[in-house]
Structure formats: C-alpha cells, structure tokens
Design a protein around this ligand. Structure first.
Ligand code: HEM
Ligand code: HEM
Length: 172
C-alpha cells in the first residue's frame, strides 16, 4: 500500500504557514541590525497577521478530518511527544501574531496589510501593562518557537533519513 498522505489542504497550509513563519522569525531577528537599511516591520506585521488568519483556517480545517495513522514501529511515547509538539506549534501559530498585534496596537507606527488596508487596532494603551506583556511574550515566544521548529524539523528528518519511514513523505 502506498503512503497515506495528509490531505491537499493540510499540506498546502502546512508549507505556506511554515514559509511565512520562518520569514517572520528571520525578519524579527534582522529588523534591528538592518535598521536604517530596510524597513522590515511593515512586512513583518502584514505577514504575521496573514499567519494568524491562515492558522485559524488551518485549525478549523484540521478539526474536520483525522490525520493518517502512525506506523506501528513508533512507541506510544514518540506518538505522544509528536502530538504534544504539534499542539504547542498550533498555540504558537496563534499566540505569536496575537502578541505582536497587541504590542503594535499600542505603538504609533502604521498597521496595514501590505499597505492595502488598515488592520484594526486592539484597545491597548501605550506603555500599559498589557502592551509590555505583549512585547515580552512576543520576544520570548520568538526564541521558544525557534527551538520548537528546529526540534520539529529535526524529528521529521530523523524519520526520513534514519528511521526511513513515511512520516515526512506524507506531508509532501
Ligand atoms: C508568525 C508570526 C510572527 C513571528 C514568528 C514573529 C517573530 C518575531 C521575532 C522573532 C521578533 C524579534 C524579537 C526581538 O528580538 O525583539 C519579532 C519582533 C517584532 N514583531 Fe513579530 N512575529 C510575528 C508576528 C507579528 C505581528 C502580527 C506583529 C504586529 C502586528 C509583530 C510585530 C513585531 C514588532 C513590532 C517587533 C519588534 C519588537 C522590538 O524590536 O521591540 N510580529 N517578531
Ligand atoms: C514554522 C515552521 C513549521 C510549523 C509551524 C509546523 C507545524 C506543524 C504542525 C502544527 C503539524 C501537525 C499537523 C497536524 O496534524 O495537524 C506539522 C506536521 C508535520 N510537519 Fe511541520 N511545521 C513547520 C515546519 C516543518 C519543517 C521544516 C518540516 C520538515 C523538515 C516539517 C515537517 C512536518 C511533518 C513531516 C509533519 C507530519 C508529522 C506527523 O504526521 O506526525 N514541518 N507541522
């Protein structure tokens, strides 16, 4: 029997969102070093808000179907860890844009979707506790997300190259 893959919607959304998140991690880290060279933040904000919308669509989509079963060679602990990491990834896919949106709502800089329309501002007061917490959580969250994505990608590569099972293929 051939590989039972994730459905086309799940695969498309997985790689599209992964690309946008990796771009935003890079942009977030580079925005201070490149200050005065190029203005990354308008793009960062628009890409990040797109991730929020796409992730909500993806979560809704995800609830409508069942993922392909894991190979019997995987232990219960491995399956449990995979599920845990996936749930936490989904949490970050929502929480990173939300905390960015919270802090940016309180800042004087423009908040638009690629200059096409204004993104509504959340009612966050400048220099408030909420604005500060949003900033702090966004920064710490960014580093946690890097570790999480690295672990997730390494696990996928381990399955493909070391265990030689179909885990990576079913997301391609
Ligand atoms: C996929 C979603 C997102 C990811 C992965 C992400 C990631 C990051 C990272 C890694 C940083 C650098 C943290 C630091 O060292 O200060 C950063 C900074 C920043 N992000 Fe995001 N971000 C996302 C979405 C957003 C959104 C939606 C907004 C606003 C609408 C936003 C606004 C900002 C701002 C203003 C900074 C600069 C903070 C500062 O320099 O003080 N981000 N982001
Ligand atoms: C920002 C980057 C990424 C995010 C946020 C992310 C997120 C996710 C999430 C949430 C799932 C669970 C899918 C579900 O069952 O609903 C998943 C599955 C998967 N991802 Fe990623 N991913 C990222 C990058 C990558 C990369 C770089 C690779 C490959 C090197 C990869 C390979 C896979 C594979 C093979 C699966 C299926 C795993 C399984 O069935 O247990 N992902 N990803």
């Amino acid at each position: 029997m051939g590989t039972v893959r994730y459905n086309a919607g799940a695969r498309t959304l997985h790689w599209l969102i992964a690309l946008l998140i990796i771009a935003n991690i890079a942009g977030g880290l580079l925005h201070e070093p490149l200050d005065g060279v190029i203005s990354i933040m308008p793009l960062h904000k628009a890409v990040g808000m797109s991730v929020l919308v796409l992730s909500l669509v993806r979560l809704g989509w995800r609830m409508a179907w069942t993922a392909p079963a894991y190979p019997a060679t995987m232990t219960r602990a491995e399956v449990g860890l995979a599920h845990l990491v996936h749930v936490v990834l989904y949490l970050f896919m929502i929480a990173m844009p939300l905390t960015g949106w919270i802090m940016s709502s309180a800042s004087p800089y423009p908040l638009t979707w690629f200059g096409l329309f204004d993104i509504p501002r959340l009612p966050v007061v400048k220099d408030s506790l909420l604005a500060g917490l949003g900033h702090e959580a966004h920064e710490i969250g960014g580093y946690l997300l890097i570790a999480l994505v690295a672990g997730h990608a390494l696990a996928a590569l381990r399955h493909h190259f070391m265990l030689k099972d179909d885990i990576l293929k079913r997301m391609l």
